[in-house]
Write a protein that binds this ligand. Sequence first.
Ligand SMILES: [Zn+2]
Length: 390
Amino acid sequence: MSAVLVSNIGELVTNDSSLGDGSPIGALSDAALVVQGGRVSWVGQRDQAPEADSLVDVAGAAVIPGFVDSHSHLVFAGDRAGEFAARMAGRPYSAGGIQSTVAATRQAPDEVLAANVARLVTEMARQGTTTIEVKSGYGLTVADEVRSLAIAAEFTPETTFLGAHVVAPEYADDPAAYVDLVTGPMLAAARDHARWIDVFCERGAFDADQARAVLAAGMTAGLEPRIHANQLGEGPGVTVACEVGAAAADHCTYLSDDDVANLRDAGVVATLLPGVEFSTRSPYPDARRLLGAGVTVALATDCNPGSSFTSSMPLCIALAVREMGMTPAEALWAATAGGAAALRRDDVGRLVLGASADFTVLDAPSYVHLAYRPGVPLVSAVYRRGQRVT
Ligand SMILES: [Zn+2]
């Protein structure tokens, strides 16, 4: 197995607190790392680096773990730019806008859906993302949910069955029957294509009992739970997440003091999605409050055509720092190791011995530039399992 030495790293973020500056991001200066067989086989000071078969000299640039985007909805067709423009002209956001994407997605051939996912995955990679989670949820029929998941699985093992995104239009007058469909035949057909089960627990979508039923059925079918919770107002989503031991509760924009304590005590990751608040002109979640309470925080894009059509983790980091009270180091950790925690992965989101060699070279001397230079394309090279992907 040939070894590649990546050297002359001005600042290397490892997310290993036993390295470098001793902070959670474990930053080393004047560092190097060695990649062998797609994994990190050595990390340390440049002048102590071992011999290798080839050399990549990054000329003093910062190197960070590849971003782990633990929340996205990439399998869809259609465009909602008009809805965005209307919202920016004063119309409020509600969960119901999802239905317009459902209609377009059902009509789209598989090839169109797959090409759209491929385009967005490439867009994400160019911005430094190396691990993604992708949800279904714009089909809302057995066949359309299954094909959505099968397409997602071509791009990532982190696929999430979200038949319970909103009630399908055919069941508008009988949501209980739709929950029966989701927890019965739809789940039975979807389970082999998904790792995770998810539900949008919100006014206008599913209530606490419906969310419990969806997650319980998914868990019985062997899927692991995660949830959309507390996006549009305080509600039961976080409570349900903690009851079932979900990996993550996503959004967490409106939380009671009990919610915050429950997230910490249950070890449920709070995944914050600031692209949503940006794109819906809504108040941001209070990351400082969660971090102060000891809750593990992740950042993700929620890339979707309605409420957050960004694929950019650097944008999410900049928003988290500017609008949510996070330090640049906290935001970077949340976008890498935090996302990995939200997916229960310990092989990504960190650059430590044995981890997947997923890393991003920045056109900057420090990761701080991700927030300090918002909107600037700072990603100069991305490696996944040791192979350059951009
Ligand atoms: Zn979402």
